[in-house]
Write a protein that binds this ligand. Structure first.
Ligand code: PMP
Length: 387
């Protein structure tokens, strides 16, 4: 196994293989059932196996998926993305988040004729050499044009822009600060406005990486919450509710440059995932999925806070309620965090101690309450072992 879903990186109690899933429930190959708070690390925004999305995908599959070019779904979906995403004048589709972030970087360089790309310390934008968080298998030259800054720190951003000088092509910002194992933070208005101002001043592209958060915080794009429009955005995970799709949206200033770069993939025109995305986005709007996830996420957060107080366990919940992370105080080695998760897992609730977790619009109050019974027992165990 590899990457972020490599179960060997999780405690031994975690299942490695899964058999099926429905709504917010997941079954492993041993037949154990879990209420899931990872949503396949993001994609399942409407819940697993959503009937409306599946119906649209099945209908398209019966007509065909891969042809010598796109189906009409491509045009319909590009129009829907442009109607939905506030900054978007055009859309370009791929399969993965990394495809989307890489195309954003290429478009920024092509449009500006410059090379430097700014990324925040600790931020994840994909696993290809230009942005891979680990050195293995890449060369120093692969990242020679990356410059780091600290998220939400205007002075550090200004220093990075100064370092880029007249070679500044683009600035990547995560939708919010959601680094692995770290307290999650919303972008401050001051930081978001500074990012916009510095890009306007220099002509560089402001790029929001909405791969993880896209459509969970705001249907118009996550930075609508701070009132700042990016030039380019990268999307993937949830936009087709589990069908493989990536997307770059951009404004008119970057349209021609996006058309000049050569990017492609054998499956990028696949119509099934586009049909799924059309149905998924329509349903997200129809049921106000963001509102549902906020209500359920708040219920979960309030419940855990009350339980932590009752058990005398100190922990911090951060991130938007629909994308939480729970970090325990005095827990540098994450022993409390993983004990909590393992105890919850034994009781049928799948959590993660360091990665952003995800609510879906399929989580209902009864599921949250059932999960809270497990977290209560898990917190009691943390209190018992660590007090
Ligand atoms: N950007 C962010 C913020 C992500 O969370 C991820 C995936 N975890 C990516 C980019 C890369 O997406 P993918 O794994 O689909 O290539």
């Amino acid at each position: 196994m590899w990457g972020h879903m490599n179960a060997a990186r999780l405690p031994a109690a975690y299942p490695q293989y899964f058999a099926r899933a429905e709504g917010c429930r997941l079954w492993d190959v041993e037949g154990r059932e879990y209420i899931d708070f990872m949503c396949a690390y993001g994609p399942m925004l409407l819940g697993y196996n959503d009937a409306d999305v599946n119906r649209a995908a099945d209908k398209q599959r019966a007509e065909g998926d891969i042809f010598n070019g796109p189906s009409a779904r491509l045009v319909e979906l590009a129009e829907l993305m442009v109607d939905t995403v506030a900054h978007a004048d055009w859309a370009l589709f791929q399969k993965n988040g990394t495809d989307a972030t890489t195309i954003c970087a290429m478009t920024a360089r092509e449009a500006t004729g410059k090379r430097k790309i700014l990324v925040a310390n600790g931020a994840y934008h994909g696993a290809v050499p230009w942005c891979n968080p680990y050195p293995n298998g890449a060369t120093a030259e692969d990242r020679v044009h990356l410059i780091r800054y600290d998220y939400n720190d205007v002075a550090s951003l200004e220093r990075a822009v100064a370092q880029a000088g007249d070679d500044f092509a683009g600035l990547f910002v995560s939708a919010f600060k959601h680094d692995l194992g770290k307290t999650h933070e919303a972008p401050t208005k001051e930081f978001a406005q500074a990012a916009r101002r510095l890009c306007d001043k220099t002509g560089a592209a402001l790029i929001v990486d909405d791969v993880r958060a896209g459509f969970r915080l705001h249907m118009g794009g996550s930075w609508e919450l701070v009132g700042v429009k990016p030039d380019l955005s990268a999307w993937s995970k949830a936009i087709a509710n589990g069908y493989a799709l990536g997307c770059v949206t951009g404004n008119d200033r970057f349209r021609e440059a996006a058309g000049r770069i050569f990017v492609t993939g054998s499956f990028w025109y696949g119509a099934v995932s586009m049909a799924a995305s059309l149905a998924a986005i329509a349903k997200m709007k129809q049921i106000d999925a963001v509102g549902v996830m906020q209500r359920m996420g708040q219920r979960f957060r309030d419940g855990i806070d009350a339980q932590a107080r009752a058990h005398g366990v100190k922990l911090q919940q951060s991130g938007p309620v629909q994308m939480p992370v729970i970090l325990f105080d005095d827990d540098a080695e994450r022993k409390k965090g993983w004990l909590f998760c393992t105890e919850a897992l034994k009781r049928g609730v799948y959590l993660h101690a360091t990665h952003t977790m995800f609510l879906s619009a399929a989580h209902q109050a009864a599921d949250i309450d059932r999960a809270l019974e497990a977290t209560d027992a898990a917190l009691a165990e943390v209190a018992r072992q660590f007090s």
